[in-house]
Design a protein around this ligand. Structure first.
Ligand code: F6R
Length: 239
């Protein structure tokens, strides 16, 4: 695991953003696994500003997002579909048919998860971007008694509901989501994680210094051969 400790979220956005821009320029038809939440926003800003400067094109890029809430209309401002369009896709030349999400409104969640897993396996993710929950979750793989393999419907924990309910005002925050499994995340050729703020310090310590256990799902990254973790000083406080 390569650990990179930086001053603040803005610096991390620049460094991680540059990593993605360079990777896209090297392989224009790259397959990216993407995350939502606050952590990747400066990275997405760097990428679309590089696009605006003519330094990169996302025309041939394919993306798969990690997760989506269950039962939230696609058009809701808090759906991850809307988040990704607002924070990245709408500012670039990415093709809509190349962006992929789990459908949180699918009538048959199990079939939807199987469809997504098959598509992911066929595409093969080159770089997976991850944030991390205060409780060590990746995607919405919450602390558990075993590591998950493929996509599944998950009941969100109180910790996650507390962390994310700040964004919900009109519609209440869903308590269920569909998420890529840990096994699928681990299949990515490269993983880039971003963790900022003091609230992530415990998760960073458990992920990096603790034992590999599903109680801290992110700890599985110790077994991946190519992981880069960008942290600010607050998130790295307990290392
Ligand atoms: C989002 C996701 C989550 C977040 C995590 C951190 O797609 O999969 O694992 O990465 O909850 O969220 P932020 O970045 O808002 O602290």
């Amino acid at each position: 695991m390569q650990l990179i400790i930086m001053e603040n979220a803005a610096q991390i956005g620049e460094a991680a953003g540059k990593l993605f821009v360079d990777a896209i320029n090297k392989k224009p038809n790259i397959v990216l696994g993407l995350a939502t939440g606050a952590s990747p926003v400066p990275t997405y800003q760097y990428i679309y500003k590089a696009y605006e400067r003519g330094e990169v094109s996302l025309r041939d890029v394919t993306t798969y997002n990690l997760d989506e809430y269950v039962g939230l209309p696609k058009s809701d401002k808090n759906s991850y579909y809307t988040f990704m369009h607002r924070e990245l896709f709408d500012h670039t030349d990415i093709c809509e048919e190349n962006v992929h999400f789990l459908d949180g409104n699918a009538a048959d969640a199990e079939a939807e998860c199987a469809r997504y897993d098959a598509a992911l396996d066929k595409a093969g993710v080159d770089i997976q971007l991850l944030g991390v929950g205060r409780n060590g979750h990746i995607g919405f793989n919450e602390p558990s008694i075993c590591f998950t393999r493929g996509a599944f419907k998950v009941k969100l924990t109180e910790s996650t509901i507390e962390a994310n309910s700040q964004y919900f005002d009109e519609n209440p925050m869903p308590h269920y989501a569909l998420t890529m499994g840990v096994g699928s995340i681990m299949k990515a050729k490269k993983i880039v994680m971003i963790a900022t703020g003091a609230a992530k310090a415990d998760a960073m310590a458990a992920m990096i210094k603790g034992e590999v256990t599903p109680v801290c799902p992110a700890s599985i990254l110790q077994f991946h051969h190519d992981v880069v973790v960008y942290m600010d000083k607050e998130a790295a406080r307990l290392l």
